[in-house]
Design a protein around this ligand. Sequence first.
Ligand SMILES: [Zn+2]
Length: 462
Amino acid sequence: MKEKADILLAGGTVITVDEQRRIYRDGALAMRGNEIVAVGKRADLVARYEAKHTRDCRNKLIMPGFVNSHLHFYHTMHRGLAPEGLGGWLWSNFVHGKVATILTAEDEIIGGLIVLLETIKSGTTTILEAGSYNPAAVIEGISRIGIRGLMGRRSFDQAILGHSMLLEDTDTCLRENEKFLKTYRDGYNGGLLKACVDVVGLGRCTNRLYLESKKMADDYDTTLNLHLAAMTEEVTDTRMKTGYRPVENLYRIGALGRNVCLVHMVQVTDREIRMLKETQTNVIHCPSTALKLNYELSSKGRFPEMVEHGVNVGIGSDASDCSNYADMIRTMYLAAVLPKDYRNDAGISCAEQAIEMATINGAKAIGMDKQIGSLEAGKNADIILINMRRPEWYPNFSEVQNLVYSASGDAVETVYIDGRLVMDYRRVLTVDEDEVMDRCAVLGEQVLARSGLQVPGKWPIL
Ligand SMILES: [Zn+2]
């Protein structure tokens, strides 16, 4: 008597990212409801399971959906509006001063849906969003897309280097963050997107806000997410204010821990890496932003050292106006190749590590590694199918190398999140893609008009 399954994905190569990191060629995966019930060789699973639906996955790569550990919604409406000459603080002050202050809740919802369409279409099934101005309206407006993950409220209580736009006092930050957390800790309307604690970081938070936010994350058993140690100016500023470097400062006050995600982390010393390891703090690497906004990643990056010391490193695509893409395969590519060059050592990083960063490490960073991040029996069915019947995958000696070094998110064909078919043959099934893009174009024109900005560019547009 065969066991019952709802769906059997049969044939193709399965990259499991399980404990032994097994890869099955001519593999298969059985799903029941929202759960993975078995992963293995096709012949074994076909003999064991009777599925309601068997999907022919020959020439497909079957792997865990990506965990995009750093993403913004509201920045989508600034895509292409910041002059390229602005990096670091100047970029941040420009976009937050000129554009963020004039955004409506609808701008954020539609911007959120756009970036989520982009991210689902390139294989992401879980996100860690970095703070919204209208979090209640946004979580209610976007949850129907079916993404898993965490989002919070954008908050900061300290102005530095001219960045004071939308600053709040500490009590307001804490009160409003807790209100959002209380209301949406279990998501909206059965959705998989849940509330966490977001503060901006980057020296824009007082130590009281850091510490009380960490306590709040502990009390509600969720994640504290913040940007840190991105730029030299931030390090100088934090040292002037506290006497310590950014990571040292958080260590000293007790704001680090296994439920803390620190994003960017380019400016980090050996001593600070030991503090991260000791406290089991998670690091989220965003190489595309670090390169475009000149955070000095290619000269100061210490991500191989973090990995070597056992610090959990995830990766994120960051925002649509500083990255400017949400494709985790392109992000994995940068995470894999950059250290080879900046350490002048081709063996210091590898494709396998980049895949771990994009899957199981991201899941661990947000406390979901028992649930997602790999394809294993008992885990939730967050699964992507990638089409390998494309020239860039031939010859296909190494699916791992082809995925990280040759492919792009465009090859992702099908996405299951929590067992639900969210995208099939590149069409997202949960929202109307054309409707969202059309609305984004209309709202974008309105944002441009309200901002009074000229679209930057060196060439005449006729
Ligand atoms: Zn960010």
